[in-house]
Design a protein around this ligand. Structure first.
Ligand SMILES: [Zn+2]
Length: 187
């Protein structure tokens, strides 16, 4: 059996632990003992070029991450958000779409009948421009969440960003508060 990757992973972990700042290991130990209190839920694409490190302050404990291809939320994704809101007390959701998203590209250019692609098509409607479609899909994901009773009841704020995979720079598209749904800012 080919175990090269497994060996590399172990080696990377060893190297990481050797170099890891003491503060970080202390924080890991503290979070393990006291439990997590993430600042926000991050919903983003599984794409390997999207790195949440680009927007984070802390290495661990800051964001509760949900990553799927095209950041499409299925039942498990929504229930994960619900867990973060109801059990961890999270008040903010960040939806981060990204440039050149392969899932949105597939949704635009093929008629493959997949849950992920159908959900993206539902969101983008007749939009044919990839960048516009990515933004639209991200915003519609926010509106879908804003309609959910547990989001409204808990007064959750939803923020939509676009991540540029070429520059790693993010752009703020919208923030809204779900109870009642109102637009707070748009840039
Ligand atoms: Zn993507």
């Amino acid at each position: 059996m080919e175990t090269k990757i497994a060996d590399e992973i172990l080696q990377h972990n060893e190297e990481f632990l050797k170099k890891a700042p003491k503060d970080l290991l202390k924080k890991a130990d503290e979070l393990a003992r006291k439990g997590q209190k993430p600042a926000y839920v991050l919903i983003t694409c599984s794409d390997s070029r999207v790195d949440p490190e680009a927007i984070k302050k802390e290495f661990i404990g800051e964001e509760f991450e949900i990553r799927t291809a095209g950041h499409v939320l299925d039942k498990a994704g929504i229930e994960s958000v619900q867990y973060a809101v109801e059990h961890l007390g999270v008040k903010h959701i960040v939806i981060m779409g990204h440039t050149k998203c392969g899932a949105v590209t597939e949704a635009l250019n093929t008629d493959a009948d997949l849950f992920i692609l159908n959900k993206i098509r539902e969101h983008i409607g007749n939009e044919k421009n990839l960048t516009e479609a990515i933004a639209k899909h991200s915003l519609e994901t926010a509106w879908d969440l804003a309609k959910l009773p547990f989001i409204r009841k808990n007064n959750v704020n939803i923020h939509v960003f676009l991540y540029d995979i070429k520059t790693m720079k993010v752009q703020h598209l919208l923030s809204l508060n779900a109870s009642p749904v109102e637009i707070m800012s748009k840039s």
